[in-house]
Design a protein around this ligand. Structure first.
Ligand code: F6P
Length: 351
C-alpha cells in the first residue's frame, strides 16, 4: 500500500509528532510505503508532484519540533478549477497513491471531502491552535498555544502593573473563542472578549474605570474574531484564491481607539500573532498528536477511508470527513467554563 501524508492550512505545534506516528505505525505494519507530500495540497497541484519517501530515520528525532517538516500552505486549493483538479488526479495516479493522510483544519477537511470527485481517498487528522474542529473536543497544538498566550499575559501583567495601564492582548482563533477563553483564564485576564459574545463598550469602560481606582491596571484578552455589538468583524486581508479567504486581525487596535477617550490610564495593544503558532509542542500535545497519528494509521490499515480522527469524551475515535467539512466548533454560550469565569469575576463585555 502506498500512503501519502500532507499537512495543510496554518501550521501548529505537534504536526511533526503526527507525521512521525503515522509513518512509524504504517512502516511497522510492514506492507506500507509512506510518501511525504510537500506544502499541503500544493505538492499535488503542479506538473511534477513534490513528494519524498518518508523512512523511519526521516521521521526520527522530530517529535518535539514545532512547525512541519513537510511544509504547508493555507492558500493551495486543488478544487479551484477543472484543470487543477485533473492535474491532481494525474499526479495521484502517477504516484500510485492508495490513500492520503491529510493533517489539517476544517478547510483542509473540506478539500479532502471534495477530492472524492477524482476518487482520492483521504483519512483526516484534526489540527489547529483554534480548537474549532467539529466533533473534536481537543485538537493538538491548542494546549501549546494556550501556554504561549498565558505566559505572554503574565509578562504583560508585570508591565501593566508598573505603568498602571490598560493592556489589550489580541489572540488568534478565527471565529471561535477557545484560545482567548482558556488562555485568558490561565493568564488571569480581567476581561475576556470572544467572537461568540458581542461586547458592549460601556461595560468594558465601567470595569476599567473601577479598576483604575483600586488595582490601577487591567488586562483584556480579546480573540481576533470578537466584535463590538452592532459593529463588523475586523478583517486584516482577503486572499481570494484561498479556501478560507478572510484573514482576521487588528481588533485589539480597534478596541484601544474606542476605549482610550474614556479612561485616564494609557491603553496599549499587543497583537501576539504568529508567535502563537510556533514553539515546541507541550508534552500533552506530543501525546495527543502521537495518539492521533497512530489512530490515523489504524484507519488506513482497516480501510476506514473518508474518516477523520476525533477526540470525544476523552476517547480517540473517528467520524466521516463529510460530517466535519465546512463546520466549526465555537464556544457554546452555556459552557461551564464561561459560568465558572463569570463567578470568579471575569467580565465578558456583556451589557
Ligand atoms: O487557523 C489558524 C490561524 O492561526 C488562525 O487562528 C488565524 O486567524 C489564521 O490561522 C492566520 O493565518 P495566516 O497565517 O494566514 O495569517
Amino acid at each position: 500500500m502506498r500512503v501519502g501524508v500532507l499537512t495543510g492550512g496554518g501550521d501548529c505545534p505537534g504536526l511533526n509528532a503526527v507525521i512521525r506516528a503515522v509513518t512509524k505505525s504504517l512502516i511497522n505494519h510492514g506492507q506500507c510505503e509512506v510518501l511525504g507530500i510537500a506544502d499541503g495540497f500544493e505538492g499535488l497541484m503542479g506538473k511534477k508532484p513534490h513528494v519524498k519517501p518518508l523512512s523511519w530515520d526521516e521521521v526520527s528525532g522530530i517529535l518535539h519540533l514545532g512547525g512541519t517538516i513537510l511544509g504547508t500552505s493555507n492558500s493551495a486549493n486543488p478544487l479551484r478549477d477543472e484543470a487543477t483538479l485533473e492535474q491532481v488526479e494525474r499526479n495521484v495516479r502517477a504516484l500510485g497513491l492508495d490513500v492520503v493522510v491529510v493533517i489539517g483544519g476544517d478547510g483542509t477537511m473540506s478539500l479532502a471531502h471534495g477530492l472524492r470527485r477524482i476518487g482520492l481517498h483521504c483519512v483526516g487528522v484534526p489540527k489547529t491552535i483554534d480548537n474549532d474542529i467539529a466533533n473534536c473536543e481537543r485538537s493538538f497544538g491548542f494546549d501549546t498555544a494556550v501556554a504561549t498566550v498565558a505566559e505572554s499575559l503574565r509578562r504583560i501583567e508585570n508591565t501593566a502593573m508598573s505603568h498602571h495601564r490598560v493592556m489589550i492582548v489580541e489572540t488568534m482563533g478565527r471565529h471561535a473563542g477557545w484560545l482567548a477563553l482558556e488562555s485568558g483564564i490561565a493568564g488571569a485576564a480581567d476581561i475576556i472578549l470572544l467572537p461568540e459574545i458581542d461586547y458592549d463598550l460601556q461595560t468594558i469602560i465601567k470595569v476599567c474605570q473601577k479598576r483604575e481606582q483600586r488595582q490601577r491596571y487591567t488586562i483584556i484578552c480579546i480573540g481576533e474574531g470578537a466584535k463590538e455589538s452592532g459593529q463588523n468583524l475586523t478583517v486584516r486581508e482577503r486572499i481570494e484564491a484561498s479556501p478560507d479567504p478572510v484573514r482576521l486581525g487588528g481588533v485589539g487596535h480597534v478596541l484601544r481607539e474606542r476605549l482610550q477617550p474614556h479612561l485616564k490610564s494609557e491603553v496599549r495593544t499587543t497583537v501576539l500573532g504568529h508567535v502563537q503558532r510556533g514553539g515546541d509542542p507541550t508534552p500533552f500535545d506530543r501525546v495527543l498528536a502521537t495518539q492521533f497519528g497512530h489512530h490515523a494509521a489504524q484507519l488506513v490499515l482497516s480501510g476506514r477511508l473518508g474518516h477523520m480522527v476525533t477526540l470525544q469524551n476523552g476517547r480517540i475515535g473517528s467520524v466521516a470527513i463529510a460530517d466535519v467539512a465546512n463546520t466549526q466548533r465555537t464556544v457554546p454560550l452555556d459552557s461551564p467554563l464561561l459560568t465558572m469565569a463569570r463567578d470568579i469575576g471575569i467580565c465578558f463585555g456583556e451589557a
